[in-house]
Design a protein. Structure first.
Lengths: 389, 156
């Protein structure tokens, strides 16, 4: 059987931030049911569930799949847990997409949930992600590792702290119109540059908040979509590429081939030859400002090493060729394992004209990029809307 | 706003991580000889440091252990706001160091740079900051990556 077209017909996400009003099963359930409601479906209509959460230590439960199986709709149907760091949620969506495309099921629910406010401290926990034999003794964690990437980019390309700050300012501004965003605090370049130093060159304004949150999408085969009359976001191009563990093995630390490879695969399948001209929106997983600059280069919005010029020219704002992170990105809400599926959900909302106040006018084609595990695991999706009002 | 209760939890679990024969040889060289071993891949000819038993790229065994330099160059660095406690000292600066003769860099502490302002350190690294491994005294080495206490700036 030829691969089937797959579309997103329902999405839901929580308000990201501190969520003491629900336990983690309830947090996950909120979006599982929310996405089904959004698709006007019941659980009986779902063939399979693909779910994820990232490092076990964040939830403090080492087998979250057992704990959350029923809450995410796994009772009575196929359930699979996926884990690829910050790209976990997107991996769940990819597995769901592959199953539907291959004809193994007609509908699938993909979701991810995270708690980033319960472990004291998140960065100490992130240190346990690292190789215990050779590397963990150096205090490496998400923050210090991204700082090594940032310094590398500065040394090689002349990127400056001001470029990082501009990325922070744009994302913070965009988040003001996103009711789901954790941070609703506008910031100026000067304030960003004077914010608290975390790990040079990264300051507080360059870093994501610790967010609790969850997000779900319902994917369906073309045969299901055609019986409906609601807007759909077709996944017209997907790409995926990974890399090994040791960052010292990478020829150029701040150039990530997996992003480029995954992007090229997705673009080819979607017929995208000129990303700036053909894409209206990009949702890029950007837990740190440097992450966004590297993604801008990896997806071809700027030549390699020249994201600083893209930023200096005002790229990524509303009204420019491609609006980057109209949601405010991971920089303003980072439920770690769920943050990547938020990128996909936001892209789907944009191309179906359902993004509310943060809607990019006329958006019809968007790209979502995730890079988890210190950018080991890159996944790119091009979505195109049909039936938008 | 309603205050919701929480339930306390704590993980404190001791592990003994298996390092395998290749890392054992790497650690023995650090401890006994104050030397650093890499593994050479026959196919791509990269010298991977620290030593490991296979090449991820070529997917072949890398049985040949080779000595690399104890000197190298800092390729990138960061200075966390909270200094990092090592075995018996604390360090303000962590970097990736490409050792002479190696194809891959290792993370380690960069010492004796604490009195350098960060901008001055950045300028030194931009110019090419050469460093040399400072080994602990023989009786203090345990066969660990921390048998190298830190890397110290030296003239090229």
């Amino acid at each position: 059987m030829a691969p089937r077209d797959v579309g997103i017909i329902g999405v839901a996400q929580t308000k990201h931030g501190r969520r003491r009003d629900v336990d983690t099963a309830e947090l996950a359930h909120e979006v599982a049911r929310g996405a089904l409601d959004d698709a006007s479906m019941s659980l009986d209509d779902v063939d399979a569930v693909f779910f994820g959460s990232a490092p076990d230590g964040l939830l403090g439960v080492s087998a979250a799949d057992q704990w959350l199986a029923g809450a995410v709709g796994g009772s009575g149907r196929s359930l699979m847990r996926l884990s690829t760091g910050g790209s976990t949620g997107m991996s769940a969506a990819f597995a769901a997409r592959d199953a539907v495309s291959a004809g193994l099921c007609d509908t699938a629910l993909a979701l991810a949930v995270e708690r980033a406010n319960e472990a004291h401290s998140v960065q100490m926990l992130m240190n346990t992600n690292f190789d215990p034999i050779y590397e963990k003794d150096f205090g490496l964690n998400a923050l210090s590792t991204w700082a090594l990437f940032a310094t590398d980019h500065m040394l090689r390309f002349g990127t400056t702290l001001e470029h990082f700050a501009q990325v922070a300012v744009r994302n913070r501004t965009h988040a003001l119109k996103n009711p789901h965003a954790h941070l609703h605090k506008p910031i100026t370049v000067e304030e960003a540059l004077e914010s608290r130093l975390l790990s040079w060159p990264i300051r507080l304004a360059d870093a994501c908040p610790s967010s609790d949150g969850a997000c779900a999408v319902v994917l369906a085969a073309e045969s299901v979509v055609r019986n409906r009359h609601e807007p759909v976001a077709w996944l017209t191009g997907v790409g995926s590429c990974s890399d090994g563990y040791f960052m010292g093995d990478r020829p150029i630390l701040s150039r990530r081939q997996p992003i480029e490879v995954a992007g090229a695969q997705a673009y080819e399948r979607a017929g995208v030859t000129d990303p700036l001209a053909q894409l209206d929106v990009a949702e890029l997983q950007n837990p740190f400002t440097i992450s966004e600059l590297m993604s801008i280069e990896g997806l071809g919005f700027a030549p390699f090493g020249e994201s600083r010029d893209f930023v200096d020219a005002g790229g990524g704002h509303y009204g420019s060729d491609v609006v980057i992170n109209p949601s405010g990105g991971s920089l303003c809400s980072n439920p770690v394992g769920a943050t990547s599926i938020v990128r996909l959900a936001e892209a789907a909302l944009q191309v179906t004209g359902r993004a509310g106040e943060r809607q990019v006018p006329g958006a019809r084609r968007a790209v979502a990029l995730t890079s988890g595990g210190m950018i080991q695991f890159s996944k790119v999706v091009v979505v195109e809307g049909e039936g938008a009002p | 706003m309603t205050e919701y209760p929480t339930v306390e939890g704590h993980w404190d679990i001791h592990y003994q991580y298996s390092v395998g024969a290749t890392a054992a040889a790497f650690f023995a060289a650090l401890r006994d000889d104050a030397t650093i071993l890499g593994s050479r891949c026959d196919q791509c000819e990269r010298v991977l440091v620290p030593a490991r038993s296979f090449c991820e790229r070529c997917f072949v065994r890398t049985d040949e252990l080779v000595l690399v330099g104890t000197r190298g160059r800092v390729t990138t660095f960061t200075r966390p706001a909270t200094p990092i406690a090592a075995r018996s000292d604390t360090f303000s600066t962590v970097g990736l160091i490409l050792l002479d003769g190696a194809s891959s860099a290792i993370p380690h502490f960069i010492g004796e740079v604490d009195d350098l302002e960060i901008e001055a350190l950045f300028a030194r690294v931009l110019d090419g900051l050469h460093v040399e491994a400072q080994f602990r005294p023989p009786d203090e080495r345990t066969g660990s990556i921390l048998d190298i206490a830190y890397f110290k700036p030296v003239n090229a």
